[in-house]
Write a protein that binds this ligand. Structure first.
Ligand SMILES: [Zn+2]
Length: 211
Protein backbone atom coordinates (compact mmCIF):
# COMPACT_ATOMS: atom_id res chain seq x y z
CA UNK A 1 0.00 0.00 0.00
CA UNK A 2 1.94 2.98 -1.30
CA UNK A 3 0.19 6.12 -0.16
CA UNK A 4 0.70 9.81 -0.79
CA UNK A 5 -0.78 12.29 1.69
CA UNK A 6 -1.54 15.72 0.27
CA UNK A 7 -2.99 18.56 2.28
CA UNK A 8 -2.35 22.09 3.47
CA UNK A 9 -0.49 22.91 6.67
CA UNK A 10 -2.87 22.66 9.61
CA UNK A 11 -5.08 19.94 8.10
CA UNK A 12 -3.80 17.41 10.62
CA UNK A 13 -2.03 15.24 8.06
CA UNK A 14 0.81 14.39 10.41
CA UNK A 15 -1.54 13.17 13.14
CA UNK A 16 -3.46 10.94 10.74
CA UNK A 17 -0.23 9.67 9.17
CA UNK A 18 1.06 8.61 12.59
CA UNK A 19 -2.16 6.68 13.29
CA UNK A 20 -2.24 5.03 9.87
CA UNK A 21 1.42 4.13 10.20
CA UNK A 22 0.76 2.37 13.52
CA UNK A 23 -2.47 0.69 12.40
CA UNK A 24 -1.15 -0.66 9.11
CA UNK A 25 2.48 -1.16 10.15
CA UNK A 26 3.90 0.95 7.37
CA UNK A 27 6.42 3.76 7.84
CA UNK A 28 5.52 7.43 7.55
CA UNK A 29 8.12 9.15 5.40
CA UNK A 30 8.21 12.93 5.29
CA UNK A 31 10.65 14.70 3.03
CA UNK A 32 11.38 17.24 5.75
CA UNK A 33 12.59 14.41 7.99
CA UNK A 34 14.50 12.84 5.09
CA UNK A 35 16.40 16.08 4.47
CA UNK A 36 17.17 16.50 8.15
CA UNK A 37 18.39 12.95 8.71
CA UNK A 38 20.49 12.89 5.50
CA UNK A 39 22.18 16.09 6.65
CA UNK A 40 22.69 14.71 10.14
CA UNK A 41 24.10 11.40 8.87
CA UNK A 42 26.41 13.24 6.47
CA UNK A 43 25.55 11.00 3.50
CA UNK A 44 26.68 12.06 0.05
CA UNK A 45 23.16 13.28 -0.79
CA UNK A 46 22.92 14.85 2.67
CA UNK A 47 26.01 16.96 2.09
CA UNK A 48 24.55 18.23 -1.17
CA UNK A 49 21.24 19.08 0.51
CA UNK A 50 23.13 20.87 3.25
CA UNK A 51 25.11 23.13 0.96
CA UNK A 52 22.01 23.96 -1.10
CA UNK A 53 19.75 24.78 1.84
CA UNK A 54 22.51 26.75 3.53
CA UNK A 55 22.77 28.98 0.50
CA UNK A 56 19.01 29.53 0.78
CA UNK A 57 18.12 27.70 -2.43
CA UNK A 58 15.36 25.13 -2.89
CA UNK A 59 16.46 21.52 -3.09
CA UNK A 60 16.17 20.61 -6.80
CA UNK A 61 13.78 17.88 -7.94
CA UNK A 62 16.49 15.38 -8.91
CA UNK A 63 18.05 15.52 -5.48
CA UNK A 64 14.74 15.16 -3.66
CA UNK A 65 13.83 12.23 -5.89
CA UNK A 66 17.20 10.58 -5.25
CA UNK A 67 16.69 10.90 -1.49
CA UNK A 68 13.19 9.44 -1.65
CA UNK A 69 14.39 6.62 -3.84
CA UNK A 70 17.23 5.81 -1.47
CA UNK A 71 14.82 5.76 1.51
CA UNK A 72 12.41 3.42 -0.28
CA UNK A 73 15.16 0.85 -0.73
CA UNK A 74 15.06 0.13 2.99
CA UNK A 75 13.33 -3.09 4.09
CA UNK A 76 10.65 -1.46 6.23
CA UNK A 77 8.89 -0.19 3.08
CA UNK A 78 8.26 -3.68 1.67
CA UNK A 79 4.58 -3.70 2.72
CA UNK A 80 4.07 -0.09 1.79
CA UNK A 81 4.55 3.39 3.19
CA UNK A 82 3.01 6.80 3.53
CA UNK A 83 4.86 9.65 1.91
CA UNK A 84 4.08 13.24 2.74
CA UNK A 85 5.63 16.47 1.52
CA UNK A 86 6.35 14.74 -1.79
CA UNK A 87 5.79 14.95 -4.70
CA UNK A 88 5.45 18.72 -4.76
CA UNK A 89 5.76 19.31 -8.47
CA UNK A 90 4.54 17.58 -11.62
CA UNK A 91 8.09 16.61 -12.69
CA UNK A 92 8.56 15.02 -9.24
CA UNK A 93 5.25 13.16 -9.60
CA UNK A 94 6.17 11.93 -13.06
CA UNK A 95 9.59 10.73 -11.93
CA UNK A 96 8.04 9.09 -8.86
CA UNK A 97 5.60 7.18 -11.07
CA UNK A 98 8.51 5.52 -12.85
CA UNK A 99 9.69 3.68 -9.73
CA UNK A 100 6.63 3.47 -7.46
CA UNK A 101 3.16 2.11 -8.07
CA UNK A 102 1.05 4.61 -6.16
CA UNK A 103 -1.95 2.89 -4.52
CA UNK A 104 -3.88 5.99 -3.46
CA UNK A 105 -3.43 9.69 -2.95
CA UNK A 106 -5.33 11.03 0.04
CA UNK A 107 -6.06 14.72 -0.29
CA UNK A 108 -6.86 16.24 3.11
CA UNK A 109 -9.07 19.28 2.70
CA UNK A 110 -9.99 22.06 5.08
CA UNK A 111 -11.37 25.56 4.38
CA UNK A 112 -8.74 28.31 4.64
CA UNK A 113 -10.62 30.08 7.44
CA UNK A 114 -10.49 26.92 9.54
CA UNK A 115 -6.78 26.47 8.86
CA UNK A 116 -6.08 30.04 9.92
CA UNK A 117 -8.12 29.50 13.10
CA UNK A 118 -6.28 26.29 13.90
CA UNK A 119 -2.76 27.48 13.20
CA UNK A 120 -3.01 31.02 14.57
CA UNK A 121 -4.22 29.62 17.91
CA UNK A 122 -1.21 27.40 18.27
CA UNK A 123 1.21 28.17 21.10
CA UNK A 124 4.54 26.53 21.74
CA UNK A 125 6.50 26.24 24.99
CA UNK A 126 9.79 28.08 24.75
CA UNK A 127 11.34 25.62 27.15
CA UNK A 128 10.15 22.08 26.28
CA UNK A 129 8.60 22.59 22.83
CA UNK A 130 5.15 21.26 23.76
CA UNK A 131 2.31 22.53 21.58
CA UNK A 132 -0.99 23.93 22.87
CA UNK A 133 -3.96 25.70 21.34
CA UNK A 134 -5.81 28.71 22.73
CA UNK A 135 -9.19 27.11 21.95
CA UNK A 136 -8.80 23.37 21.64
CA UNK A 137 -5.92 22.67 24.01
CA UNK A 138 -5.72 25.34 26.65
CA UNK A 139 -3.13 25.40 29.40
CA UNK A 140 -4.31 25.56 33.00
CA UNK A 141 -2.63 28.94 33.39
CA UNK A 142 -2.76 31.27 30.39
CA UNK A 143 0.58 31.57 28.60
CA UNK A 144 2.32 29.02 30.84
CA UNK A 145 3.25 25.44 29.92
CA UNK A 146 1.43 22.80 31.99
CA UNK A 147 4.34 20.40 31.74
CA UNK A 148 7.31 22.57 32.69
CA UNK A 149 6.08 26.05 33.61
CA UNK A 150 7.85 27.54 30.57
CA UNK A 151 6.58 30.57 28.69
CA UNK A 152 4.39 30.01 25.60
CA UNK A 153 4.92 31.85 22.34
CA UNK A 154 3.48 32.00 18.80
CA UNK A 155 5.83 30.68 16.14
CA UNK A 156 6.64 33.18 13.38
CA UNK A 157 5.07 30.75 10.90
CA UNK A 158 1.80 30.82 12.82
CA UNK A 159 0.96 34.50 12.51
CA UNK A 160 -2.11 35.16 10.34
CA UNK A 161 -0.11 36.83 7.53
CA UNK A 162 2.41 34.07 7.43
CA UNK A 163 -0.30 31.39 7.40
CA UNK A 164 -2.10 33.10 4.51
CA UNK A 165 1.15 33.26 2.63
CA UNK A 166 1.86 29.57 3.25
CA UNK A 167 -1.64 28.68 2.05
CA UNK A 168 -1.17 30.63 -1.16
CA UNK A 169 2.12 28.90 -1.86
CA UNK A 170 0.53 25.56 -1.06
CA UNK A 171 -2.43 26.12 -3.38
CA UNK A 172 -0.21 27.22 -6.24
CA UNK A 173 2.09 24.22 -5.83
CA UNK A 174 -0.47 21.55 -5.14
CA UNK A 175 -3.49 22.20 -7.34
CA UNK A 176 -1.69 20.86 -10.43
CA UNK A 177 -0.87 17.69 -8.47
CA UNK A 178 -4.49 17.26 -7.42
CA UNK A 179 -5.49 17.42 -11.09
CA UNK A 180 -2.69 15.07 -12.06
CA UNK A 181 -3.71 12.35 -9.60
CA UNK A 182 -7.39 12.88 -10.26
CA UNK A 183 -6.79 12.11 -13.93
CA UNK A 184 -4.96 8.95 -12.88
CA UNK A 185 -8.01 8.09 -10.73
CA UNK A 186 -5.87 7.79 -7.63
CA UNK A 187 -7.13 10.80 -5.71
CA UNK A 188 -9.48 10.52 -2.73
CA UNK A 189 -10.58 13.66 -0.87
CA UNK A 190 -10.70 13.42 2.92
CA UNK A 191 -12.57 16.09 4.87
CA UNK A 192 -10.25 17.21 7.68
CA UNK A 193 -12.86 19.31 9.50
CA UNK A 194 -14.18 16.61 11.89
CA UNK A 195 -12.38 15.51 15.06
CA UNK A 196 -9.14 13.53 14.50
CA UNK A 197 -10.81 10.24 15.45
CA UNK A 198 -13.49 10.71 12.77
CA UNK A 199 -10.91 11.69 10.16
CA UNK A 200 -8.91 8.57 10.96
CA UNK A 201 -12.06 6.44 10.66
CA UNK A 202 -12.80 7.96 7.25
CA UNK A 203 -9.26 7.11 6.15
CA UNK A 204 -9.51 3.49 7.28
CA UNK A 205 -12.81 3.23 5.38
CA UNK A 206 -10.99 4.36 2.25
CA UNK A 207 -8.01 2.07 2.79
CA UNK A 208 -9.89 -0.94 4.04
CA UNK A 209 -9.05 -2.77 7.23
CA UNK A 210 -5.56 -4.11 7.70
CA UNK A 211 -5.27 -7.71 6.48
ZN1 LIG B 1 7.11 23.35 28.57
Amino acid sequence: MNLIFLGPPGAGKGTVAARVSAEYHIPHISTGDLFRSAIKDGTELGLKVKSITESGDLVPDELTIALVRERLEEDDTDDGFIIDGFPRTIPQAEAYGTFVNVTKVLNFTLPDAEIVARLSGRRVCRNCGRTYHVVTMKTKKEGICDACGGELYTRKDDTVDSIKNRLEVYAKQTLPLVDYYEKLKLLVDVDSAPAPEAVFKAVTDVLGRRA
